[in-house]
Design a binder for this molecule. Structure first.
Ligand SMILES: [Zn+2]
Ligand SMILES: [Zn+2]
Length: 355
């Protein structure tokens, strides 16, 4: 089968390879992938610019934002049948017995192995999954939309489960990439009174998308100082919540500047650069800083329900779907900012009747 494989720790060491179709061992199912989203982390894997802690074993098939159907059911699996439309959570493997797993916070299990990093992922015709990670795609939700469940779950976890945005809040989102744009939708849904999205020169197209999605304000921080705008909003004391969805450490400095006293910062973006500034504003303003990582069962079910009720609109952020052979175009369009999200379509998804 075709698979998009990272084969070395160097920039550009990624190619479509012909690999063996994986066998579903007892207790697992084999999913035939229809569509798989491209994540910012996949682009980092392409350039080998992922943070050190995210360097997995090679070779590895990328992809953790998949939607498809159950195609084969391994021995001992109950409740799933061939043909079921499913999405797979990212945590391909967890230990299941540590304190975090036992308390339902398995996204933080130290032994967790994610698809596309430590386990072969879904940018392939087939992927193996434990039933634990499967969710049914609701009626009326397409495979393309369903493939967006993972990034929306990242945003939902950050904005709702971690930071607990409240109706009436002023929410500033740093970073107009996929997670930033999805966090905007979640914050609006949760009743934020005012939303502001910050981007740079490269984000012009994505900032326009943010406005189209109803962001009250957007600021290109390469040209304008966002603090001047924030000072004119609500009571002028700053944002109740700043979501940092950038990949650069320095964004934390801006977050600390824009957040109000007793406000919160939800840090979703990763950036390996060391900090070159003081954290004193965190102390002086008594700010709560939330590290936000991944998501769990409930997050996925909530997002799928919101897709099904058309309260979240994954279709509005998916800029293009490409056959797996055109992965470079798909990745490039996201990197350049032309697409908020790109997705790859597997041969199954190209068969026409696979809806
Ligand atoms: Zn992702
Ligand atoms: Zn565990």
């Amino acid at each position: 089968m075709k698979a998009l494989v990272k084969f070395a720790h160097e920039d550009g060491a990624l190619e479509v390879r012909d690999v063996l179709v994986p066998e579903p061992v007892p207790g697992t199912v084999r999913v035939r992938v229809h569509t798989v989203g491209v994540c910012g982390s996949d682009i980092h894997m392409w350039h080998d610019s992922q943070s050190k802690s995210s360097k997995g074993v090679l070779p590895v098939t990328l992809g953790h934002e998949s939607a498809g159907i159950v195609e084969a059911v391994g021995e001992g699996v109950e409740g799933w049948a061939v043909g079921d439309r499913v999405v797979c959570e990212t945590a391909a493997s967890i230990c299941g017995v540590c304190a975090l797993c036992r308390s339902g916070r398995y996204n933080l299990c130290p032994w967790r192995e994610g698809y596309g990093l430590k386990r072969d992922g879904a940018m392939a015709e087939y992927v193996i999954a434990e039933p634990r990670v499967l969710h049914r795609i609701p009626e009326g939700v397409s495979f393309e939309e369903a493939a967006m469940t993972e990034p929306f779950s990242v945003a939902y976890n950050a904005v709702i489960e971690r930071a607990g945005v409240k109706p009436g809040d002023l929410v500033v989102i740093q970073g107009a990439g996929a997670i930033g744009i999805l966090a905007l939708q979640i914050a609006q849904l949760a009743g934020a009174a005012t939303t502001v999205v910050l981007g740079t020169d490269i984000d012009e197209h994505r900032l326009a998308k943010a406005r189209e999605l109803g962001a009250d304000h957007t600021v290109n921080v390469s040209r304008e100082d966002p603090a001047a705008l924030i000072a004119t909003l609500h009571d002028g004391l700053g944002a109740d919540l700043v979501v940092d969805a950038t990949g650069v450490s320095i964004a934390l400095q801006t977050s600390m500047e824009l957040v109000r006293p007793a406000g919160a910062i939800a840090k979703v973006g990763w950036g390996p650069q060391p900090l070159g500034f003081t954290l004193d504003p965190l102390v002086k303003k008594a700010v709560t800083l939330y590290g936000c990582y991944s998501h769990t069962w409930h997050t996925w079910e909530s997002v799928l329900r919101l897709f099904s009720e058309k309260k979240l609109r994954p279709d509005l952020v998916l800029g293009g779907v490409y056959p797996i052979e055109q992965w470079e175009e798909a990745f490039g369009a996201m990197q350049r900012g032309d697409n908020v999200k790109s997705a790859l379509r597997m041969p199954f998804g190209l068969e026409g009747d696979a809806r």
